[in-house]
Design a protein around this ligand. Structure first.
Ligand SMILES: Cc1ncc(COP(=O)(O)OP(=O)(O)O)c(N)n1
Ligand SMILES: Cc1ncsc1CCOP(=O)(O)O
Ligand SMILES: [Mg+2]
Length: 354
């Protein structure tokens, strides 16, 4: 009985150690090759090596191998469909991370029956893993959002719609038509409705792999778990907005001159809006920056820059000529007879430009 129990214990330990080291290697490769993060990949490698060292010091490797019986493992035939599907690289990381934590806990618990010192050292490794997995998941999240922003070309400013259903339906249709970023700009709404629209908007945009930004209101952006906030020159300063927003949400800043654009970069903006370029039907201005400002920005600012103000299918070429391949629009889609077609046409022009 004891022999059989020990055999089973070693079999569990062998499987769990393999699972943990494979999982650690999965995380390590992402930190190394996708994030180029030497610190995280180094610590993951050290955790993996320490697990192997502690195992070799306290457990008899030959007993572990002798206990192995892969063909006789009933678990190899129980494959959940979800195990074969990962929606994104982030999902790969999350799955590997929880598999490692579970395996380390299993090693620790069964290890206690063999060597208390071994179990105590595995416990410390588990704590180190928790810390690193959190750092890695956060970095992976930021990298994914940053590449989404970098790839974005068509940004739509929209109001709250006639109803929540209509608002959601618009986002769904326009996401399919190629809108990359949605901004809720609805000064006419009361806070409660604004918050409710922001919540559903953020969720539906996320479902479709699009970004969702709240205009002006950092509090609502955070409360609704939106991707970020957009602030103007007369609104909350960048540092104050960032303090509420945290590092992982996006901060967009309106700029009307090259000096403001440079300042926005220094202030830690993730992207800038540049305008108003042309006469707008959505908002009145005394002064327009014209395409000349876009030329200046394209030549010297390396943050994603969205030209804004009166841009539509007829003048988008003038924007593209400046080297700016990103636009933010409202009226061109909102007032179009066929908003989906208008979004598709604008996106087509931008994609052709590069
Ligand atoms: C992408 C983008 N760019 C510029 C603006 C304008 O912001 P702001 O100057 O604060 O004016 P309001 O939109 O608040 O009226 C924007 N909203 N989005
Ligand atoms: C809010 C804002 N800020 C600069 S232009 C603008 C309005 C953009 O809407 P439209 O594309 O209809 O000109
Ligand atoms: Mg504003």
């Amino acid at each position: 009985m004891t022999i059989l129990t020990n055999q089973a214990t070693y079999r569990i330990l062998d499987a769990s150690i393999n699972r943990a080291t494979e999982g650690l290697r999965t995380l390590e490769e992402y930190a190394r090759f996708a994030l180029d993060d030497a610190e995280i990949s180094g610590e993951l490698k050290s955790i993996r090596h320490d697990l192997t060292t502690v195992t070799n010091q306290h457990l008899d490797r030959l007993r572990l191998i002798e206990a192995r019986d892969t063909p006789g493992d009933v678990g190899t035939a129980i494959g959940e469909a979800a195990e074969y599907q990962r929606a994104s690289v982030q999902a790969v990381i999350a799955a590997a991370s929880s598999r490692i934590a579970q395996s380390l806990r299993v090693i620790e618990e069964y290890g206690k029956t063999i060597d208390a010192n071994f179990a105590a050292q595995v416990e410390q490794i588990r704590y180190r893993h928790y810390q690193m997995a959190a750092a890695l998941e956060l970095q992976a999240f930021k990298a994914t959002r940053a590449s989404q922003l970098a790839a974005a070309q068509l940004y739509l400013l929209m109001d709250g719609g006639e109803s929540e259903d209509q608002f959601v339906a618009s986002i769904e249709q326009l996401a399919a038509a190629g809108v990359d970023i949605f901004q809720l700009r609805a000064p006419e709404l009361d806070d409660r409705t604004l918050y409710e629209r922001a919540c559903v908007g953020a969720a539906v945009a996320k479902k479709h792999g699009r970004l969702f930004i709240v205009n002006d209101r950092v509090d609502i952006a955070v409360a609704a778990d939106a991707d970020g906030v957009h602030v103007g020159q007369e609104e909350l300063p960048a540092a104050a907005a960032r303090a509420i927003l945290g590092a992982r949400r996006l901060l967009g800043i309106s700029t009307h001159s090259i000096e403001q654009a440079r300042q926005a970069v220094d202030d830690g903006a993730d992207y800038i809006g540049c305008g108003p370029v042309f006469t707008s039907r959505t908002k009145q201005f005394d002064r327009y920056v014209g395409p000349a400002f876009l030329n200046q920005v394209s030549g010297s600012i390396h943050l994603p820059a969205f030209a804004i103000g009166g841009i539509d299918e007829h003048n988008v070429a003038k924007v593209i000529e400046t080297g700016c391949h990103r636009i933010a629009v409202s009226g061109a889609i909102r007032d179009a007879e066929d908003p989906v077609h208008a979004a598709e046409a604008l996106k087509q022009c931008l994609m052709q430009a590069g």
